[in-house]
Each structure stands twice: as structure tokens, then as C-alpha cells.
Ligand binder design. Structure first.
Ligand code: IFM
Length: 440
């Protein structure tokens, strides 16, 4: 790598991230059904109709996986807890096996000197709650608050940090407007409600976690830098609308107690009654802000109903996801978030990484493209730090190749290759390079 630990301020944290449904193996350990299980079973939703039944079998192999995290010299492991593993019905009686699993996982992190960084929800909604309307139902805030209490009542005493929800844009927009993720809706009223309720649930969980006496609580957002297709005013306005519903809606809600006008133009008529009264909960203070960053989007106006825009192909080199590689976007988001929303609050890059066409040859995976990607993005973190932006950590997505949601197992984001037949783990060249950069 072109960086090493000593290039960063004392206490700067390096870590890697995963999520429960993507790696654990959901059919193990008494977990309840989730909306991803049924979404994947519905033809046309997921490449090869693949699901998280077995995934990387992390449920049984977590010790080996945590050994891999520790051996790099990472400080932190960012993992998530499956709501349906802990509460198979979404509410009510906990699954003892599920709670025991997260208890063992936590202790296994601590035994290896890793700081446990939990995310409570990374998208696997229990089916019984989906049946009640899921994120469209305002009651989800209370259900989620109860889940937060149950899981963190058990392992919260050993967490380094906790964030309620991973990437609220994906929970709201990607899943209810674009229909790409479970529950696969394409409906603006559903979207308006899900976008608001996900933030209400975030704030409710923050309050519940504070009630348990937990600290170091954060929020984790995914951002894409909007670039107008040309210099026209209409293209700039379209890019601003994209920025509004992708990025600023969530930052505005949590840190300013307001949603952007450019978003309310479209979602306003479909918002749930009394939404303006929820900001006292949504703005519950957090201790840090997490940014997940991968790419930018080129935005062109169109003549369709709001938001009246298309994402168009861009000229930059792309990852296996077809995402343009645009490291400057990470710098720009770090700067802008601090300047316009969070001030001195610690910022953490909670996800960054790429899917690459990794191949095992002679027992090795030479993922030099991933090494280049990570170098280029870490350089942007350093640039932001040099300008005084309070960046406190950088986490790579992901430890393992895993279930990339609607794209199944074909898109490989891992520092460690997983053979999905044998489940054998093989560290890639990027893993080895990070080890050299981060080992103390
Ligand atoms: O795999 C996902 C993850 O679940 C959330 N952030 C983006 C990753 C890559 O698409």
C-alpha cells in the first residue's frame, strides 16, 4: 500500500466491515424468515435466485474469520446483528441461540484485541414485520427500539461503538422507489414513508441505547457524489435533486431537523401525518457520523415525473459493479459533511472498497486493482485530515467475498476470497498488502 499506520494521527482506527445476512448463513441457529428470503425466492429479483441461507457460513466459522481480521492488524471489526436471528417474529420472545451467537462473537473479538463496532440493522427485516407494512408502518420505530434493547441488553456492555441502521437510503429509496432491494416496491408513497420512518427508527434506537447507558453511538449513511451531465441549469437542478434524496435528506434529518426542499417537492404530498413533529426524536444526538462511499453518479434531466432525472454512463474506469472510480468524491463528502452538518463531530469512513474480477491463479489472487482503489481513497482521507477534517477511522468493505444482495455471489468485494463451494478462505494480495501497512 502507499500508506502506513504511522502516517495517521495516534488513535486513528482501521477496520473492516461485514453484515449478518451477507455472511452468516441465515438458515443456521433458529433465525426467523426475513423479507430478503422471500424477495430472493421471487423470480427475477436476484441473480440466480441466490439467498443468504448459507452465505459464508460465518455462523460456524467466525473464529477463523476473526483470526483473519486480527492478523491484518485491524483495530476494529464492524459487524451487524440480524433482527430475525435475535427476534424471529420481529418482536416478543428472543431466540436464545441467536443471542448466544452474538455473545460468543463479541467475546471472540475481544479475545483477539478487536474493538466490536455493531450495526443493529443491515437490511434483513423479519417477515412478520414486513407483513405489517415493514418500513411503511410508523410502528416500526417502536419495534426497532425494542430490538435495540434486546440485543444491546445482551452485548452492549462490550461494544466499542453502535450504529442503529446501515445506509438508510438503501432501506428507503433503493427498496421502495427503485425496487432493487427487498421488499422490491416501486411506489412514491411507500418511499416517503420508509425514508421518514427509517430516520424515526434511528432516533428511537439512539434513545433506547442511551437509556441502556451506552455511549459512542453513531449514524451510518451511504453517499454518492452527484455530477451534472453538462453545464446546463436543468442538469444542475437534476443533480441537486439527486443530491437531495440520496445524501442531504438523511444528513438534514439527523443533524438539522429538516428535509431539503428539493426532496419535499416530490415526497411532501406522500409523507405520513405529523412527520414534522418527529424531528425531536430523529435529531437525538450522536457521537460520530459514518460515511459509506463507493462512487459518483452522472445525472441528466428527463421529462418524467419527479425526480425527473436519469443516471447516465460516465467516462471513468469502473469496478465490477459498473461504478465509476472517483476518489475525489470521498474527500468532497468528508469536507462537506463536516462544514455543513457535523462540525467537530468525529467522521468515520465506515465502508469503502470495490468489487473486482478476482481469480485464483496458482493459489494467489493478485487484486492490484483493489490495492489501487484503496490507495487512492485513503489518499483522499489523508487530504481531508491535512485540511483539518476530523476523520477518526477508515473501514474497508469487506472482509470476505459475500452475498451482494440482488447481485448474488458474483460480485466479490472481499479482502479474502471465498470459494462458495468449499467455503475455503484465501487472502488476496490486498489483504497481504494491508497487513504490511497496518501491523504495528
Ligand atoms: O454489500 C454492500 C453492503 O451491504 C452495504 N454497502 C455497500 C456494499 C457494496 O454494495
Amino acid at each position: 500500500m502507499q500508506f502506513k499506520r504511522s502516517d495517521f494521527p495516534d488513535g486513528f482506527l482501521f477496520g473492516t466491515a461485514t453484515s449478518s445476512y451477507q455472511i452468516e448463513g441465515h438458515r443456521f441457529g433458529g433465525a426467523g424468515e426475513t423479507h430478503w428470503d422471500t424477495f430472493a425466492r421471487t423470480p427475477g429479483n436476484v441473480v440466480k435466485a441466490e439467498n443468504g441461507d448459507r452465505a459464508c457460513d460465518h455462523y460456524h466459522r467466525y473464529e477463523e474469520d476473526l483470526d483473519l481480521v486480527a492478523a491484518v492488524g485491524f483495530d476494529c471489526y464492524r459487524f451487524s446483528t440480524s433482527w430475525a436471528r435475535v427476534l424471529p417474529e420481529g418482536r416478543g420472545t428472543p431466540n436464545a441461540e441467536g443471542l448466544d451467537f452474538y455473545d460468543r462473537l463479541t467475546d471472540a473479538m475481544l479475545e483477539r484485541g478487536l474493538k466490536p463496532c455493531a450495526t443493529l440493522y443491515h437490511w434483513e427485516l423479519p417477515s412478520p414485520l414486513a407483513d405489517l407494512g415493514g418500513w411503511r408502518n410508523r410502528d416500526i420505530a417502536g419495534w426497532f427500539g425494542e430490538f435495540a434493547q434486546v440485543i444491546m441488553g445482551r452485548i452492549g456492555d462490550r461494544m466499542y461503538s453502535v450504529a442503529p441502521i446501515n445506509e438508510p437510503w438503501c432501506v428507503g429509496w433503493l427498496s421502495h422507489f427503485m425496487g432493487h432491494h427487498a421488499p422490491g416496491l416501486r411506489d412514491i408513497r411507500a418511499t416517503a414513508r420508509a425514508m421518514h420512518h427509517v430516520l424515526l427508527a434511528h432516533g428511537t434506537a439512539i434513545q433506547a441505547l442511551r437509556g441502556l447507558g451506552l455511549g459512542n453511538l453513531g449514524a451510518v449513511f451511504n453517499f454518492e457524489w452527484p455530477t451534472p451531465v453538462d453545464g446546463s441549469e436543468v442538469a444542475q437542478a437534476a443533480a441537486q435533486r439527486y443530491d437531495g434524496y440520496y445524501n442531504r435528506f438523511f444528513l438534514g434529518g439527523v443533524f438539522k431537523g429538516a428535509y431539503p426542499d428539493s426532496v419535499m417537492e416530490g415526497l411532501g404530498p406522500h409523507m405520513p401525518a405529523g412527520w414534522q413533529d418527529d424531528f425531536a426524536t430523529i435529531t437525538a444526538p450522536v457521537d460520530w457520523c459514518g460515511l459509506n462511499y463507493y462512487t459518483r453518479k452522472i445525472i441528466a434531466p428527463n421529462n418524467e415525473p419527479w425526480p425527473s432525472l436519469d443516471e447516465v454512463d460516465g467516462p471513468l474506469p469502473k469496478t465490477e459493479m459498473g461504478w465509476e472510480i472517483y476518489p475525489e468524491g470521498l474527500y468532497r463528502f468528508l469536507k462537506r459533511t463536516a462544514e455543513e452538518y457535523t462540525g467537530d463531530l468525529p467522521l468515520i469512513v465506515t465502508e469503502n472498497g470495490m468489487a473486482a474480477p478476482d481469480r485464483i491463479e496458482g493459489g494467489r489472487i493478485e487484486d492490484t486493482d483493489r490495492i489501487d482503489y484503496l490507495n487512492a481513497h485513503v489518499a483522499m482521507v489523508q487530504k481531508a485530515l491535512a485540511e483539518g477534517v476530523p476523520v477518526h477511522g477508515y473501514f474497508i468493505w469487506s472482509l470476505l467475498d459475500n452475498y451482494e444482495w440482488a447481485l448474488g455471489y458474483d460480485k466479490r468485494f472481499g479482502l479474502v476470497h471465498v470459494d462458495f463451494d468449499s467455503l475455503q478462505r484465501t487472502p488476496k494480495a490486498s489483504y497481504e498488502a494491508l497487513k504490511l501497512a497496518l501491523t504495528r
